[in-house]
Design a binder for this molecule. Sequence first.
Ligand SMILES: [Mn+2]
Length: 324
Amino acid sequence: MSEHFLKQPEWVWNVSGNEMPTYVHHWVRPLSEHNQPFDLILYGAPISRSSISVSGASLYPTEFRMMWKSFATYNLDENVDLNSFRVADAGDVMMHTTDILLSHQRIQRSTAFLAEHYPNTRTCMIGGDHSTTACAVRGIKEAFPEDTIGVLQLDTHLDVRDPNELGPANGTPIRQLIDGHHILGEHVINIGLHGYFNAKPLIDYANEHGIQMITLNQARGHGLIKTIKRALDELSGKADRIYVTVDMDVLDISVAPGVPASTPGGMSASELFNSLLEIGKHPCVKHIDFVCLDPSKDSHVSETVKVGVYAWLQFITGLILQSK
Ligand SMILES: [Mn+2]
């Protein structure tokens, strides 16, 4: 088996000159151009054939990169310029046209490759649907077999539907990881659950396996940011590294037309942004992904893709504030 399946992304910004970048599309550089160390590795996992409902989330990594042009590297709220932080774009995992299992193996192998070759660098995967998270976490586990992995999941759903029934689909990643003994249920904290979107047997599975479910109402009651921090502190006490998975369907449907599975009663965009800032600040967060955003369903002004890029930049701002 080859070492990895990463290829140059479909969309690469053409940049000339050596001046300090002021816009995101001038700032993120391909991994191949980085001869110095870097702080974050970005890679795409463009697959959504594994989605239970029809999804074009495979289009997101490219749309995400194309949207960089609309964002400056300077964060006015925090008075921080991201441009001294080095992000290397490792490209996209090459997907097989029809073979989902093979594509999943490639995501796992490519994630393991990046984690093995850059063990001290944080990784950020852009999905793809939520099935990609199971592959990425298995890849991390492959690279660090001794390490216990804690998972913070921002999601409207538990994603613990039965893989025996649905296979490695976007409704099953957390259960695949628990049933496959890659992680323990008690090392999973889900924040963002609400309302009528998880059937009772799924709640029962979560309880049986010790998954911590913090509803959005509970989190708001205690303070969302305080709750995020507390969850990360707790996971860092139990696990060696934390993997954060952000299912964009955690967003309220009114702000996320590009996430078909988003629901009423979800997070506002600013709640998501503040959450990502806090997540970035936490030293134990080593891996993150953003999944389930379908640009083909987005509004004509690409509002959800903009929310997605903004949320990602908030995470990076958090990383920078952490080291200050
Ligand atoms: Mn999900």
